[in-house]
Design a protein around this ligand. Structure first.
Ligand code: UDX
Length: 436
């Protein structure tokens, strides 16, 4: 099938590449000509394991193409996926400016059979508005479909190629049949293709992300409570997880969720509810808990040093909002860095892949190190914000001898508190009881 994907961000690039991998003729379109030139030569602008090789392979096989030109790519395309950004606007709602711009440019080039599919996360009602706009621009009914994407950064290719489910919103069964054909290579009996009304598909994406965000804020609140009552969240987590109705996934306490989706989608759904004159009590709480959770590590550090932070040095391991990505959008590390800098702390930081993005943000306000151990020399404390695998088995004797104060503030509960105590390290995790 001939496909066009508009927008070569995370979702667009992964979607286009994976569809080309299953034999389709895919053209990825982006107005950023420099990005297109880079992509044409196999240079990808994001860090995503496995993506670069897949892009190169499909370019070579002449199944994957890149262009800034709509005239070249749209008239032949049966399905046109729109995967442009829908960032959070100043009022919390999703900003759809890019989507409407694309629709206007796209309309004159659409063939009679074309299906325009929105992959971007958009508020309920957007697909119908797009259908109306395309009808007014072309003078005929254009098929529109909603196809939300559930992929995660760091495991994007696997998530796309082996989806738990594919959700499409359509207004005619024929549209659903075409999309089913396209997704067939990725489907398995236990991973269904779910076709529904446009509004339900749009809502599914928000509800999925908000449910996951709710789990995280819930476990973080419980972790904070555990600390106060002398319980250990890791034990409680196991205690509840074996109940199959609860399970284990997405119940890891930490320093709050970040990234390009959860914070934005929770705010957008709050805004949707408010437009319907409904106060979204749970969503408001999820957001509030998360904003506060990003500050817990700073409070622990400040309490430990009795508020006397001026002139101290903190080594910081992990800057990306989660491992296996260089993405620092809404990352908890940024909140901690800002608070520490404000308190007059010097920071020695390391991240395996996100350092360039942090440098672009903070410049010479921080000291950057290529190896995590090199941050430790003379630091008064070590703080860990992202659970990169390489931090999991640290040489604690080495760590201990480099730090001026033997203290670790661990925002991801990587280490065994018992072991830390034996080593003579003061260890503070999230929701852990103090070792007796
Ligand atoms: C998320 C959704 O998982 C994905 O389905 C959607 O398409 C986009 O948004 P992503 O933002 O890439 O994906 O990351 P994810 O792995 O879901 O993690 C989000 C945040 O939650 C991270 O900051 C992570 O550290 C945090 N998290 C996750 C926790 O704090 N605890 C957990 O148990 C799980």
């Amino acid at each position: 099938m001939k496909i066009a994907v508009i927008g070569t961000g995370y979702v667009g690039l992964v979607t286009g590449t994976c569809f080309s991998e299953s034999g389709n003729h895919v053209t990825c379109v982006d107005i950023n000509e420099k990005k297109i030139q880079q992509l044409e030569s196999g240079i990808i602008p994001i860090y995503e394991p496995g993506l670069e090789e897949m892009v190169k392979r499909n370019i070579k096989a002449r199944r994957l193409f890149f262009t800034s030109n709509y005239e070249e790519s749209i008239p032949d395309a049966k399905c046109i996926f729109i995967a442009v950004g829908t960032p959070q606007g100043s009022d919390g709602s999703a900003n759809l400016e890019s989507l409407w711009k694309v629709a206007n440019v796209l309309a004159p080039h659409l063939s009679e059979e074309a299906i325009v599919v929105i992959k971007s996360t958009v508020p309920v009602g957007t697909n119908r508005k797009l259908a109306e706009l395309l009808e007014s621009l072309t003078g005929r009914v254009v098929d529109v479909a909603s196809n939300p994407e559930f992929l995660k950064e760091g495991t994007a290719i696997d998530d796309f190629s082996k989806p738990d489910r594919v959700v499409v919103g359509v207004s005619r069964p024929e549209v659903s049949a075409t999309l089913h054909e396209l997704y067939q290579p990725f489907l398995r009996t236990e991973n269904p293709f779910l076709s529904m009304e446009l509004e339900s598909a749009e809502m599914t994406k928000y509800v999925a992300n908000c449910m996951l965000a709710t789990k995280i804020s819930f476990i973080n609140e419980m972790a904070n409570l555990c600390e106060r009552v002398g319980a250990d969240i890791n034990q409680v987590r196991r205690g509840i997880g074996h109940d199959q109705r609860i399970g284990f996934s997405f119940l890891f306490p930490g320093v709050g969720y970040g990234g390009s989706c959860f914070p934005k989608d929770v705010s957008a759904l709050i805004s949707v509810a408010q437009h319907q004159n409904m106060e979204p009590t749970i969503l408001n709480a999820v957001d509030r808990v998360n904003v506060a959770q990003k500050k817990v590590l700073f409070k622990k550090i400040s309490d430990y040093f009795k508020g006397d932070l001026e002139g101290k040095t903190v080594a910081l391991w992990g800057l990306a909002f989660k491992p296996k990505t260089d993405d620092i959008r809404e990352a908890p590390s940024l909140v901690l860095i800002d608070e520490l800098l404000q308190a007059g702390v010097k920071l020695k930081v390391h991240d395996p892949v996100a350092m360039e993005n942090v440098k672009a943000h903070y410049g010479d306000k921080l000291s950057y190190f290529d190896h995590h151990y090199d941050t430790l020399e003379g630091a008064d404390a070590l703080a860990i914000v992202t659970e990169w695998n390489e931090f999991r088995h640290a040489d604690f004797d080495y760590v201990l001898h480099r730090l001026s104060t033997p203290v670790i503030f661990d925002g991801r509960n990587l280490y065994d508190p018992q072991k830390m105590k034996q080593k003579g390290i003061d260890y503070f995790g999230i929701g852990l009881s103090s070792v007796k």
